[in-house]
Design a protein around this ligand. Structure first.
Ligand code: ADP
Ligand code: MG
Length: 238
């Protein structure tokens, strides 16, 4: 587990600043959702935590250490994207073990890690299959399997369920929460879906145009939105 702290984080693309000083404290083991309309900066924030984008101001800390200059692979995180991006020419087991192979782990250790992740996600019967022979939900589960084999302290999710149909989405929400609790990780979950944000989060961060509008527990935001934007977004009668 690890805490994650953003301190006055900024992002400029060329001359244009799109993240204008965002500060968030996320405790060990907390499940936080970042929510807000398309283009408000959710993915950019997540990518800065992952190290896939540099920060142009402020700092990102993981487990109390500033990681601004730490490469993505050396941060104790794993990211699950919306597009499953599985390798089509690899089996499920190979997909899940690939990051460990890149790190030079011996084969028996990789096998053990893959099997243990597969057991957690009910993927054991699918280990020898190729991605084309999987349903959307199964693919998303493999993408999560790929993330958990490394036992990261922090999980980052970028709209992981938006390609799935409504029924599956509800089921996968629960699976992700169960996984979070079972592994005891810290999870940061980006979504533009208010219901998803409200039902999954310990704490919600509402973003708009690269700034935080409000941070709070779901019920606090529902009962006491600070402005019309939050009220409208969270869906309470303003
Ligand atoms: P969200 O995930 O909330 O939809 P993004 O983080 O993708 O929003 O984008 C936030 C803003 O930053 C948008 O205005 C987007 O156009 C801009 N942006 C994102 N990535 C880049 C980039 N690589 N170059 C320039 N602008 C970018
Ligand atoms: Mg996005």
């Amino acid at each position: 587990m690890a805490s994650v702290t953003l301190s006055d984080v900024r992002k400029r693309f060329g001359d244009l600043e799109t993240i204008h000083g965002v500060s968030i404290d996320i405790a060990d083991g907390e499940f936080v959702t970042l929510v807000g309309p398309s283009g408000c900066g959710k993915s950019t924030l997540l990518r800065m935590i992952a190290g896939l984008e540099s920060v142009t101001g402020g700092s990102v800390s993981i487990g109390g250490n500033v990681v601004n200059d730490v490469a993505p692979r050396d941060r104790d995180i794993a990211m699950v994207f919306q597009s499953y991006a599985l390798y089509p020419h690899m089996t499920v087991a190979e997909n899940m073990g690939f990051s460990l192979k890149l790190r030079g782990l011996p084969k028996d250790e990789i096998d053990r890690a893959v099997r243990s992740a597969a057991a957690i996600l009910n993927l054991e019967p699918l280990l020898a299959r190729y991605p084309r022979a999987l349903s959307g939900g199964q693919r998303q589960r493999v993408a999560m399997g790929r993330a958990i084999v490394r036992k990261p302290a922090v999980f980052l999710f970028d709209e992981p369920l938006s390609n799935l149909d409504a029924k599956l989405r509800v089921q996968m929400r629960q699976e992700i929460k169960d996984l979070h609790q079972r592994l005891g990780t810290t999870s940061i979950y980006v979504t533009h879906d208010q219901v998803e944000a409200m039902t999954m989060a310990d704490k919600i961060v509402v973003l708009r145009n690269g700034r935080i509008e409000q941070v709070g527990r779901p019920l606090d935001l529902y009962d006491r939105p600070v402005n019309r934007f939050v009220a409208g977004f969270i869906g309470s009668p303003a």
